[in-house]
Design a protein around this ligand. Structure first.
Ligand code: SF4
Length: 393
């Protein structure tokens, strides 16, 4: 059942009961007792004000201050009465995760390491391109899905992010990159493609994306908000009935045998089941809509001519564009990046079959680690520190 906004949701964790109690204690010590207004959609905030005997239009005012103007100080909300500001100050706050590290690359790419109330860290990345800027947002601390080429997977699953922690990544990035909110938009696109599987944190991700689309908040078009999934089919069917955003599928293999190895959730929802769900997702949408297929290029694993031809056959009746992603190696990985020539040849085969194909540029190499690697190292270290602290006491 869905929790009311502002209430404390039960932690979802794979920790043992004893570890869970300890971790919960650590969280409660660090968590503020105030209600975080970043946790609310417009509708949630309307209910919040109605329950306090205030008019619902207050919600629109406050949502605009928070998300359009990046204001977290009630004293600056000049169209709100002093009495209401004082009441809000007493019971609530507007609090995004804390910036631990802000790394800017020479090519304009930004990577933030953000610390959450419980000490865990997540990553958010901004990638500027000609005429647009894309923010890659995390949805979980770690991930349970264990894709074998993924750095985040090595952390295991810790917990889902709250709405405030998800939308807070956009709030922070906008505040840093666009200090004057009335200037031209810097972040034009958001992809739910950072750490975690967004469809396994369904309610919070949908609420955060609702704010991204909300004209009183970020006002992004539905074509510019993309949810990327490794294929949680039942949640995909639920999503299409609830919110209209663009869809990306982490496919990475053209057949079940290989995908079972690379993306283990494929054993539960094989490729045919996933593609059928994609077609249902597109059903009823405007004809120009396409699903983005993400395909990480792994040397001598999934990058042969034969794999490319198989991919063409697999997707011939599905409106897709294919994103070929040069693998970003991380320590102890068993995989290597395909050569540029191999990626080029693979792409030629897809294009010869009239498939729109893009090779993702490697960006921010001077600041980069594979997605999730930086946060993983910090999370591992902080867990060790907590562990040592317990031993010492
Ligand atoms: S690729 Fe995505 S779904 Fe797979 S383990 Fe990594 S974060 Fe999770």
């Amino acid at each position: 059942m869905r929790s009311a906004p502002g209430s404390v949701k039960p932690l979802q964790t794979n920790a043992t009961p004893a570890r869970r109690i300890k971790r919960q204690t650590i969280m409660n010590q660090a968590t503020s007792p105030k209600i975080n207004l970043l946790d609310f959609t417009s509708d949630g905030l309307k209910r919040f004000f109605q329950e306090r005997g205030e008019k619902p239009f207050r919600a629109t005012q406050i949502i605009k201050w928070i998300h359009q103007f990046n204001i977290d100080d009630y004293s600056k909300m000049t169209n709100v009465s002093k009495a209401l500001r004082a009441e809000l100050e007493a019971i609530s706050e507007i609090r995004a995760p804390a910036i631990v590290l802000d790394k800017a690359s020479s090519d304009g790419t930004h990577k933030w390491l953000l610390r959450l109330d419980d000490g865990n860290c997540i990553e958010t990345v901004f990638i500027p391109e000609d005429g647009r800027g894309t923010l890659c947002v995390s949805s979980q601390v770690g991930c349970a899905l264990d894709c074998t080429f993924c750095s985040t997977a090595r952390q295991g699953f810790n917990r889902n992010l709250t709405v405030a922690e998800i939308i807070g990544q956009l709030w922070i990035a906008k505040k840093v990159l666009q200090p004057d909110p009335s200037s031209d938009r810097v972040i034009s696109n958001v992809v739910m493609m950072g750490m975690g599987e967004p469809l396994l944190n369904y309610d919070n991700v949908v609420d955060a994306m609702t704010l991204m689309l909300d004209d009183n908040a970020y006002g992004l078009s539905k074509r510019r908000v993309t949810l990327s999934t490794s294929g949680v089919v039942p949640a995909l069917d639920r999503l299409r009935k609830q919110i209209d955003v663009s869809l990306a599928i982490s496919l990475h293999a053209p057949n079940d045998e290989l995908r079972n190895q690379l993306v283990p959730i494929n054993r539960k929802y094989p490729i045919k089941t996933l593609i059928d769900a994609c077609l249902r997702y597109l059903d009823g949408k405007a004809g120009r809509e396409k699903i983005t297929i993400e395909y990480v290029m792994l040397h001598q694993v999934n990058d042969s001519d034969q794999h490319a031809r198989e991919l063409v056959r697999l997707l011939k009746d599905v409106p897709v564009k294919v994103n070929l992603i040069p693998f970003n190696p991380f320590p102890e990985t068993r995989y290597a990046r395909s050569s540029n020539n191999r990626i080029h040849r693979f792409r030629e085969i897809l294009e010869a079959a009239n498939m729109i194909t893009i090779t993702r540029k490697t960006r921010g190499q001077d600041i980069d680690a594979a997605c999730g690697q930086l946060a993983g190292e910090v999370n591992d270290k902080s867990r060790r520190e907590i562990h040592f602290a317990r031993i010492e006491t």
